[in-house]
Design a protein around this ligand. Structure first.
Ligand SMILES: C[S@@+](CC[C@H](N)C(=O)[O-])C[C@H]1O[C@@H](n2cnc3c(N)ncnc32)[C@H](O)[C@@H]1O
Length: 222
């Protein structure tokens, strides 16, 4: 079995101390091959369907947002939307891209910060994770789940949307392979699944490495 590290992800994220620098290096060197230039079609389909009880107003949050396509997507659906990224170069590029898009009624901004210590001073109605959990060294996963609960409204109307990927990946990351069980173990204490769907091959993002994808909507437990 191959243990090659996917070039889309910085190998140095395995070293937690150099972790933020590794992402900044990627952005500064303009090597962001994960960037697909748009939101995942499965997210658009979910939001357009109105399924899963995803709030259509309030505040949306996209940690590890990259260039901010998902921030724009939520803002165009009625939510004031905040992205967060640890790479300053990425944040500047994202805010430039967001400013270049057609006007929208709701706020769409990307902030510089570390998800694990981020405190915006308010809670979010919707949080979306895509290619963020899989980018983290597995040792950080418990803190990822704690931060999701900390940043979401403690209300059953709050939703966490996880684009679960890669579910059948190479055992050595990044991207670090995940499984439905891993998500359940991480999130089951604070969240319950209210909607889920396997993503068929034709809906996956172009250039995705092999691996199943599943889109899951979680409601915050009361
Ligand atoms: C694989 S990229 C995915 C970007 C985006 N979600 C996309 O699909 O285009 C992961 C992103 O997470 C950011 N990131 C990594 N660790 C972070 C952290 N602790 N807090 C905030 N952003 C982080 C990286 O700088 C990078 O832009």
């Amino acid at each position: 079995m191959s243990h090659a590290i996917n070039p889309a992800f910085p190998s140095t994220v395995n070293d937690v101390d150099k972790y933020g620098d590794a992402w900044e290096d990627k952005w500064a060197n303009n090597t962001t091959p994960w960037d697909q230039a748009h939101s995942h079609p499965a997210l658009i389909k979910l939001l357009d369907s109105g399924e899963g009880g995803v709030p259509a107003k309030g505040r949306a949050f996209v940690p590890g947002c990259g260039l901010g396509y998902d921030v724009d997507t939520f803002a165009r659906r009625g939510l004031d939307s905040t992205g967060l990224d640890i790479a300053a170069t990425g944040v500047a590029a994202a805010n430039k891209w967001l400013a270049e898009q057609p006007p929208r009624a709701n706020a769409a901004t990307v902030e510089l910060g570390d998800f694990f210590t981020y405190d915006p001073g308010h809670k979010f109605d919707v949080i979306y994770d895509y290619t963020f959990l899989c980018a983290l060294p597995p040792a950080m996963r418990t803190k990822w789940a704690e931060s999701m609960a900390r940043l979401a409204k403690a209300d059953p109307s709050a939703r966490l949307i996880t684009q679960q990927y890669p579910l059948n990946g190479d055992p050595v990351g990044p991207p670090f392979p995940l499984s439905v069980e891993i998500y359940d173990d991480l999130l089951g204490k604070d969240w319950e699944v209210v909607w889920e769907r396997d993503i068929p091959q034709e809906e996956r993002r172009v250039n995705s490495p092999p691996g199943d994808e599943r889109l899951v909507v979680w409601a915050r437990k009361a």
